[in-house]
Design a protein around this ligand. Structure first.
Ligand code: XMP
Length: 509
């Protein structure tokens, strides 16, 4: 495995992704990790990440200098390189000018980490400080017009440094450089696959849980579904999944979850039919954040009650993913810890004295999908479009009533059918309908109507941080409009949302 020391760079997760794409396992750890913990991980090599700090500034992150005595290769990237240089007796100089963006890398030594790299290649710089003097034993291996030490090495000790970022796509041959480090320098094996992960994870879960019971809130989304199947493989009937029907699910969703998990996969599944409680509490509420809070709180109450019915539960399983784990513990903070809070079963472990089992906590989303496939989950689950925890409640603008829910459900089902029929479902990040709180005039037959407006939203995205509105083919739009207006009573106008994120968001509330 490769250990990545997190000095706070925005690109850290990208470094980890690049390593794993090469089928080498890696873990990102904070700089205060102890030498004992590092030895226990038995890394084949260490990558010191970039970071926003200046090496001489107060509170600049540092890792135990004994890592340089471990006798394993170390690669410093940007701040990581500066940290290495400073620790080993070289000099880092602050510069007035930040160097940011593309630069031409002039390779002087096509060996080591730069083996097979073109003599003139493009790299991506993002730094203020730079190297003033190298420590004994280091030589320069590449330069740019503004950076006399763009790459350096001490082959005797196996230390390498890059001032630019090999992990971002703008460094054209960055992938090759990282592969050189992993395979030529660290001599890693390509052993990381979802098959090997399953083997280890099953053992680990069994060890942690023993013969105790574990509960898991199953939402039908990718993460909790994959967690359920993995846990089921490891501990079978000791796993009890709880599915909460919050009354704002899609048409037929509850049935689909029962069919898939209980009937097909024989997973121990309890079903809390709590729609009425949720809808009662949501009555008269129009503020989106209030809706979210009510749904979050009520979910915990309902889940809590279900959990209390099961005797002797000791563990709560969650489908936490690696990005959540890294960002929630990062010294530099990350927005996702806050964003995600409403769909975690927060508060429950403390109250019930439950210990957490998080079998996906070292995986990225695409790895979870691969894992799901490897575990035999259908594409339908593995490639499911994200569906927000507060469900249709935030797609009915204004008050949620049974009538409005019914209108949205019908329109949503038509949209789903059409998008699937045209094979667009997996191409879109999300596609859904939104019921607006205004009416407009229409004409049906000889009758004047005054009915609801329904908006269609379809976006493409990689990670929901940014999104583009999808240019759905005109015939698809035409058919959607036609079917919805004809088949859904109460809708006489359909509009298409042509806003991107930012400045808009994906959901309307
Ligand atoms: P926005 O609307 O912020 O959405 O662009 C980004 C992604 O997050 C989903 N989303 C939510 N998911 N609870 C969730 O579990 C929520 O309250 C929530 N709000 C938005 C949204 O569907 C999109 O994928």
């Amino acid at each position: 495995m490769i250990l990545i020391i997190d000095f706070g760079s925005q690109y850290n997760q990208l470094i980890a992704r690049r390593v794993r794409e090469n089928h080498v396992y890696c873990q990102i750890e904070p700089p205060d990790i102890s030498m004992d913990a590092i030895r226990e991980l038995r890394p084949e090599g260490i990558i010191l990440s970039g970071g926003p700090a200046s090496i001489y500034s107060k509170g600049a992150p540092r890792v135990d200098k004994d890592i340089f005595k471990l006798g394993i290769p170390i690669l410093g990237i940007c701040y990581g390189l500066q940290y290495m240089v400073d620790s080993l007796g070289g000099k880092v100089i602050g510069s007035q000018k930040r160097e940011y963006g593309f630069a031409e890398l002039l390779v002087q030594k096509q060996k080591g980490i730069l083996k097979g790299i073109t003599k003139k290649t493009q790299c991506w710089m993002s730094h203020g400080d730079s190297i003033g003097a190298l420590p004994p034993g280091f030589v320069v291996t590449a330069v740019t017009a503004n950076t006399p030490v763009a790459a350096t090495e001490d082959t005797k000790r196996g230390f390498y440094g890059l001032q630019f970022h090999p992990e971002v796509v703008h460094t054209r041959e960055g992938k090759k450089m990282l592969a050189n480090f992993l395979f030529d320098i660290c001599r890693c094996q390509k052993s990381w696959s979802m098959k090997s992960f399953i083997h280890h994870a099953v053992e680990e879960i069994r060890q942690q849980v023993g013969d105790e019971k574990v509960i898991l809130g199953l939402s039908g989304g990718v993460d909790s579904s994959v967690a359920a199947v993995l846990l089921n493989k490891a501990i079978g009937k000791q796993l009890i999944c709880v599915f909460v029907d919050n009354g704002v699910l899609r048409e037929g969703e509850a049935g689909r979850v029962i069919e898939m998990f209980k009937k097909n996969l024989h997973i121990n599944l309890r079903f809390a039919r709590a729609g009425k409680i949720f809808l009662r509490k949501l009555k008269g509420v129009t503020d989106p954040e209030k809706k979210r809070k009510i749904i979050g709180r009520t979910f915990i109450e309902v889940f809590d009650q279900e959990a209390l019915k099961i005797k002797g539960v000791k563990f709560l399983a969650q489908g936490t993913l690696y990005p959540d784990l890294i960002e929630s513990r990062s010294a530099f903070g990350g927005p996702s810890a806050v964003i995600k809070s409403h769909h975690n079963v927060g508060g429950l472990p403390k109250k019930m004295n439950l210990k957490l089992v998080e079998p996906l906590k070292h995986l990225f989303k695409d790895e979870v999908r691969l894992l799901g496939k490897e575990l035999g989950l259908a594409d339908d689950v593995v490639w499911r479009q994200p569906f927000p925890g507060p469900g249709l409640a935030i797609r009915i603008i204004g008050e949620i009533t049974p009538e409005r829910l019914s209108i949205l459900r019908k329109a949503d089902t038509i949209l789903w059918e059409e998008i699937r029929a045209k094979k667009l479902y997996y191409k879109l990040w999300q596609s859904f309908a939104v019921l607006l709180p205004i009416k407009s005039v229409g004409i049906m037959g000889d009758q004047r109507t005054y009915e609801n407006i329904l908006a269609i939203r379809a976006v493409t995205s990689d990670d929901a941080m940014t999104a583009d509105w999808a240019p759905l083919p005109h015939d698809v739009l035409a058919r959607l409009s036609n079917r919805i207006i004809n088949e859904v009573r109460g809708v006489n106008r359909v509009v298409y949302d042509i806003s991107s994120k930012p400045p808009s968001t994906i959901e309307w509330e």
